[in-house]
Design a protein around this ligand. Structure first.
Ligand code: SF4
Length: 64
């Protein structure tokens, strides 16, 4: 799995961090997403899929 995020689309909702805090973080100043791990381990991948589905801005892309 390869993960990318689009910080220009992100609306700082935090759904990604709630679903996969090992893979996503948010900037302290404005809450915009920060990608911590662009190739998450198997154990994280369902969480990442949930994060992408929950993102209201469709700012998370996954290549399986
Ligand atoms: S869920 Fe989407 S909009 Fe919300 S912080 Fe994460 S990437 Fe940004």
């Amino acid at each position: 799995m390869r993960v990318t995020v689009n910080q220009d689309k992100c609306v700082s909702s935090g759904q990604c961090v709630l679903n996969a805090s090992d893979v996503f973080d948010q900037r302290d100043d404005d809450g915009v997403v920060v990608l911590l791990d662009d190739s998450p381990a198997d154990a994280q991948q369902d969480n990442v899929r949930n994060a992408a589905a929950a993102c209201p801005a469709l700012a998370i892309d996954i290549e399986e």
